[in-house]
Design a protein around this ligand. Structure first.
Ligand SMILES: [Fe+2]
Ligand SMILES: [Fe+2]
Length: 483
């Protein structure tokens, strides 16, 4: 086990270094020569007798079917390698035994092709094509994988669960940060009048689909991030995440979830056309300022249609953002002569957009609503503003104390709701207890599963009494949930 890890890390490190070095220097450079020699020797010795396969499965690396352990010291470089492959839509690479006799020039060529593939529309297909036409037959690119058969036995289940949980959180945080960067980049490029594509956004939306399918409750925790300095961007990602969670609940396909995620990321792109004075104005907007504000869904569509992307894709992601402030009775804004119903994406966006907006602190609002108050606020607008079925799906999904709510228990203890316990058959809240630390702040305590009692069963000793604003105890709930 240990050997596989060390050899695996070494192989990946050497391969990554070779590709990276060849991306910088010319073929006859000494550094290139050394990097290629090192990789050739290692791959040749490891692939003796059987093919050598490196796979990515759910964000983890597998060498010959064995999962490489996650170590903090190697996380950065393994992440870089994962990104390198995911950016090229690859799920792995297989070196056949003939790698031992492959000519040096072909290693250099392989590295150059890998570097070049990033600028291709379909990197993985392009690579496959290039390898075929250049008759490079000692390496194969893997695009889709089945679950690798792990021979891992060394870890106890609890260790493995902990490891998985830690990694999933890390991956989710990383994905959130990248999605923020993509929305920022797209916004900045639009503001600078340069053209911008949606490839990165698509890839991140695909990652989000994977994360939502894997652990929806973690995504609820993630979507409780509130960054007041970066509100527009965090709001866009939260809307994307929650919209995808609703989409998953109603059984949308992966491809539709991906499109819905992109709609969420870009739903407020039209706010680039609204001055920051209006966007951040404390207090009520004047009628003429409202008029400008009400244009943002329409401006958003114009912005989306100018993105560099296939027209079919753009038409699929433009309508939801256009409709996200339209109500079920077609009032709302922008004013439209539409007579048909708001589309499914528009109805989902409208619900999750309202939820995230009313629970966030905004300069013009006296106070933001607590998550459980927001759910009640929205329930009172059922039918007129929101699709009743979708709102019910949303409310069931969020539970009475949505993830991120700071709650007080009947015992006087404080905690943060982690949403509904997905593993429980009975509807039960999960709560992360907060424990006072020496500095007067809070640290993480144990996680409680507060299942509802069944008929005839005694109620749990501990239950949620009420929720309180996070600001009253000076914490950012998401920071605790995502640690
Ligand atoms: Fe909006
Ligand atoms: Fe919005």
């Amino acid at each position: 086990m240990q050997d596989t890890n060390i050899l695996g890390e070494e192989l990946i490190r050497t391969f990554y270094r070779m590709v990276h070095t060849i991306g910088i220097y010319k073929d006859n450079n000494q550094m290139v020569h050394e990097a290629v020699s090192k990789f050739m020797t290692l791959a040749g010795s490891l692939a003796k007798g059987s093919d050598l396969e490196i796979l990515i499965w759910r964000g983890r690396l597998f060498l010959q079917g064995e999962k490489l352990s996650y170590r903090r010291e190697t996380f950065a470089f393994i992440s870089a390698w994962l990104d390198f492959f995911q950016e090229r839509d690859l799920s792995g690479i297989r070196f056949l035994t003939k790698v031992a006799n492959a000519p040096r020039g072909e290693f250099v060529l392989l590295a150059r092709l890998l570097n070049e593939s990033i600028s291709q529309e379909e990197p993985a297909a392009w690579l496959e094509d290039q390898l075929f036409t250049r008759k490079i037959d000692w390496v194969e690119m893997i695009q889709e994988v089945e679950e690798p058969l792990s021979k891992e036995e060394a870890k106890t289940p609890s260790d493995a669960d902990l490891d998985r949980d830690l990694l999933r959180k890390q991956k989710a945080r990383q994905n959130y940060k990248r999605a923020l960067d993509v929305v920022k980049e797209v916004s900045q490029k639009i503001s600078a009048q340069s053209t911008v594509g949606i490839r990165k956004a698509r890839r991140l939306a695909q990652n989000m689909v994977e994360l939502v399918m894997e652990d929806e409750s973690l995504m609820h925790c993630m979507a409780s991030i509130r960054d007041y300095d970066d509100y527009t961007y965090t709001h866009s990602i939260n809307v994307a995440l929650l919209a995808m969670c609703v989409g998953r609940r109603i059984g949308l396909s992966h491809i539709l979830l991906e499109q819905l995620g992109i709609c969420g990321m870009f739903h407020d792109l039209g706010k680039l056309d609204v001055s920051t004075d209006i966007l951040h104005k404390p207090g009520r907007l004047a009628p003429e300022e409202w008029e400008i504000m009400r244009q943002h869904p329409l401006m958003g569509v114009i912005r989306i249609l100018r993105l560099r992307a296939p027209s079919g894709m753009k038409s699929r992601i433009a309508l939801g953002p256009f409709e996200h402030h339209l109500k079920m009775d077609l009032t709302g804004y922008p004013k439209t002569r539409l007579t048909q119903n708001v589309t499914l994406f528009g109805r989902i966006l409208s619900i999750v957009d309202t939820y995230d907006a009313v629970t966030s602190h905004r300069a013009y609002r006296v106070r933001s609503l607590m998550p459980n108050e927001a759910v009640c606020f929205m329930w009172n607008r059922l039918n007129r503003q929101f699709d009743p079925i979708l709102l019910k799906v949303f409310i069931c999904m969020m539970g009475p104390f949505p993830a991120g709510s700071v709650v007080k228990l009947n015992t006087g203890e404080m905690g943060i709701s982690m949403g509904i316990n997905p593993a429980s058959k009975k509807p039960g809240q999960r709560v992360l207890l907060l424990v006072k630390d020496e500095a007067g702040g809070y640290r993480k305590g144990e996680i409680l599963n507060l299942d509802e009692p069944e008929k005839g069963e005694k109620a749990a000793v501990k239950r949620i009494h009420s929720s309180i604003p996070p600001s009253s105890i000076g914490i950012q709930p998401a920071e605790f949930l995502m640690q």
